[in-house]
Design a protein around this ligand. Structure first.
Ligand code: AMP
Length: 422
């Protein structure tokens, strides 16, 4: 019986070699920028305890209530991590990073998992890079995180972006604001979408996030959080904005910006791109001063951001930004007959030790087919070897671009092309 070939799961994508090159380029820029800002990499497991995510991200969020890839094994409840902040916070607590003195500046790059409905820019396995600055309540830390995020986009060449910022306040501000929103929306309860009616009971701030058309008019006239911020929250927000001004980072204060994760306090921000279509958020983040305590650690103020790599690549493609292509091969050894293969096997290490990329035929193909492959691999040189060459000790070196051939001993070939580095 014929086997139906297997495919990836819906919303999970293979990154093929021609695309992996782009990923490497982006990851390299992220790492280079992290070095400049002096953030150190942290790598956490892709699976966490379900309880951590439920508590950290929030039971009522879409991520926890609808989108978790979670399963049990024996007594243990596993979840594929849907985001990076709760895991980093867990590692911070588990390894007592607070005791290392000063602040912790950490960054990560890795796959995240959410069982969302896949569409362009929205996958079930996607990749984020992000950073967390733990142990600082100062507005300058918020500015540092935003500057780090923006610098990565600038390095890549994405200029056409909008930073939306808001303050979602401290618990006191939020309590007052939630009451005001409840009082405002309740008389219109029946006009709200079904999901917003639920949120009116559970978390009225999330109504502001609604995409449902029937909610929009009501949202437009809803009270703004700015009127409910405590003096401290307001002062913090204004200071963050002043630092952004000093850094020359443009922003739009967006009073209705709330984010899908529960742990944010005070500063919340989102980076959007007009080149992305309906999923227009490149990244986002904010302050989460209560999260570490919420998951059982010492009171620790912190701020962070997370950005999606897939959406970054979509934006680059839309803008025609070249993220690089696979580097061509330096040398391809074309072999005819078994003795030539033996020769090639012994010479490949010498070429490679000279810093060249070198390959040969692994499929027993004709000379013609091997030359074709050398071309396809954009080889700069081909060395052609058969019985005659082995007898005379002179090998044909072909410059593929110039179609020039020379007959030379191997040491001279090495000398000639070994100087060449791509
Ligand atoms: P969040 O953790 O929800 O704040 O998301 C931060 C960023 O991660 C977003 O702005 C997107 O760029 C990216 N992202 C979030 N969810 C997905 C997804 N399902 N597919 C692709 N990218 C995503």
């Amino acid at each position: 019986m014929a086997i139906t070939p297997f495919t990836t799961h819906h919303g999970m994508v293979d990154i093929l070699p021609e695309d992996a090159v782009k990923w490497q380029f982006i990851e390299q820029i992220i790492r280079k920028t992290a070095r400049k800002f002096h953030f150190s990499e942290i790598r956490t497991p892709v699976m966490e305890q379900t309880g951590l995510i439920a508590r950290g991200v929030g039971e009522l969020t879409d991520i926890v209530s609808k989108e978790m890839f979670a399963f049990n094994r024996g007594e243990d409840q596993y979840v594929l991590r849907p985001e990076g902040t709760a895991p980093v916070a867990r590692a911070f607590v588990e390894h007592r990073l607070d005791q290392r003195g000063g602040v912790q500046k950490l960054f990560y790059i890795g796959p995240m998992f959410r069982a969302e409905r896949p569409q362009k820019g929205r996958q079930r396995q996607f990749h984020q890079f992000g950073a967390e600055l733990l142990g600082s309540a100062m507005p300058v830390a918020d500015a540092e995180i935003i500057a780090f995020m923006i610098d990565i986009y600038n390095q890549i060449g994405i200029k056409n972006i909008t930073l939306k910022v808001n303050s979602v306040g401290d618990p006191e501000s939020r309590k007052a604001y939630k009451e005001a929103l409840t009082a405002y929306f309740t008389p219109y309860k029946n006009k709200l979408s079904e999901i917003s009616q639920v949120r009116l009971k559970t978390n009225p701030m999330r109504i502001l996030d609604s995409k449902e058309s029937e909610d929009q008019m009501l949202i437009e006239n809803a009270p703004l959080i700015s009127a409910y911020l405590t003096d401290e929250s307001r002062a913090h927000f204004e200071q963050v904005l002043r630092y952004l001004d000093d850094l020359g980072i443009g922003y739009e204060v967006t009073p209705r910006l709330v984010r899908g994760l529960d742990y944010y306090t005070k500063t919340a921000f989102e980076l959007v791109s007009p080149d992305l279509g309906s999923q227009d958020a490149l990244g986002g983040g904010g302050r989460y001063d209560l999260l570490i305590e919420e998951i059982g650690g010492p009171a620790t103020a912190a701020v962070g951001f997370a950005s999606g790599i897939e959406r970054l690549i979509i934006a680059c493609d839309a803008l025609g930004i070249d993220l690089g292509s696979a580097p061509g091969l330096d040398v391809y050894i074309v072999t005819r007959g078994e003795p030539a293969i033996n020769w090639a096997i012994s010479k490949l290490p010498e070429l490679r030790n000279a810093g060249l990329s070198a390959s040969m035929d692994f499929a027993g193909r004709s000379i013609k087919a091997q030359m074709k492959e050398a071309n396809r691999e954009s080889a700069r040189y081909a060395i052609i070897v058969g019985d005659t060459e082995l007898e005379t000790g002179n090998f044909t070196l072909r410059d593929m671009a110039k179609s020039e051939e020379n007959s030379l001993p191997f040491d001279q070939i090495l000398k000639k092309i070994g100087q060449f580095t791509r």
